[in-house]
Design a protein around this ligand. Sequence first.
Ligand code: FAD
Length: 415
Amino acid sequence: MREGALANIAIVGAGVIGVSCAAFLQRDGHSVTIYDPLPPGKGCSFGNAGSIGPGSVVPLSTPGIVRQAVSWIADPDSPLWIDWRYLPRAMPWLAKFIAAGARPRIDGIAKALRLLHADSFRHYRTLLGVDAGSLLHVSGQLYLYESDAAFAKDALGRELRASLGIRSEVLGPDEIRELEPSLGPRFVKAIYLPDSGHCSNPHRLVATIAEDVARNGGRFVRASVKDFEQDAGQVRAVMTEAGRMPCDMVVIAAGAWSQRLAARLGLRIPLESLRGYHVMLPMPTPAPSRPLYPLASKIMMTPMEHGLRIAGTAEIAGLDAPMNERRAAALGRIAKRYFPGIAGEPISVWMGHRPATPDSLPVIGPSPRHRNVVLAFGHGQTGLIGGSTTGLLVSDLVATRKPTIDPYPYRANRF
Ligand SMILES: Cc1cc2nc3c(=O)[nH]c(=O)nc-3n(C[C@H](O)[C@H](O)[C@H](O)COP(=O)(O)OP(=O)(O)OC[C@H]3O[C@@H](n4cnc5c(N)ncnc54)[C@H](O)[C@@H]3O)c2cc1C
């Protein structure tokens, strides 16, 4: 073993964050064991929209979010839905979410998102090797507007992107049709982001990194972590369904379930599941070349290996409520409005839990109360984009070397 390498780092969660942490930690010579009751990439990382946008810097909460949310209440197909029975539990998180949307604050949040997202493709290429070619596509992205008024209303996004030097172009209807001929004629303007793109199979991306981790000696244990054995400010073992597993260090990367685990360590971190859906539709002809994002419905439509993925909606209903079939079906209906040529029923439907903090930034860094616990969760709607850099940053923090990006904005005690 390399000098300073740890013999057993326990990583809780085999989503895109957990496997990226594992792969970068292994590159420093550490031995890793990953705990998850599910196979790698079967949580939220399975069904996301595949968008990899180094220019995705606009947080979910922005000035005017309350007015916008109220306007959505009457629309059953709106991008947001709250289960009123769950509302009392979500209130403290919602209050922090609204506060995070105030103007001076979002400039700092956008900058921190930019830091985490800027080199996403580059770090995934390191992890994926030859498979990067078939999984990653710097295809550009189109943000689509149905009226000049809707375009004008989205000025904040353009302002934030411009302030961070993100390249973009404004396109008119003819240029939109030229780039994406299968779209119907609804859109009058678009923003083209040439440096953004997509992953054409987010599950295969996680599975590929996981296979590489296993090839390099990483162990995958199909068990849920229930608790931690703690002693003198350190975790000595993770307590799983399969028994007590000693460890030198723990990385908590359990996505939307991380709050429950952090609570076992005495940490109170505001994390809510923002439940989202996808439907897979038959690919239209000609197939779209890039992720398409109509701002009115806030759904992402991405060409994938197995069809056209329509992903979106944010539901606040907790981790345990069943899937709402009606909302999933709405995604397919909305997409057919944009692609007049799509025929046929959805191939599959899926729901996942986005692990969302109130300020749209993940928690990455040491536990404020433990010497050997690293937190890596809360990536919300951009965990695929942020996954590779998160893995690298976690490995920097464990190695106590100069980190690839400043970890301060992601500290656990900021709430
Ligand atoms: C509809 C939708 C569209 C999205 N689109 C995009 C997109 O285009 N681009 C983007 O960047 N992001 C997108 N996201 C967000 C992205 O998918 C998530 O941020 C990301 O997958 C989170 O990864 P994770 O590894 O933290 O969580 P997960 O993938 O959920 O992994 C966490 C793992 O922890 C395991 N676990 C939980 N509890 C325990 C325990 N006690 N013990 C052991 N294991 C445990 C779970 O089984 C799970 O496998 C989207 C999300 C949704 C829902």
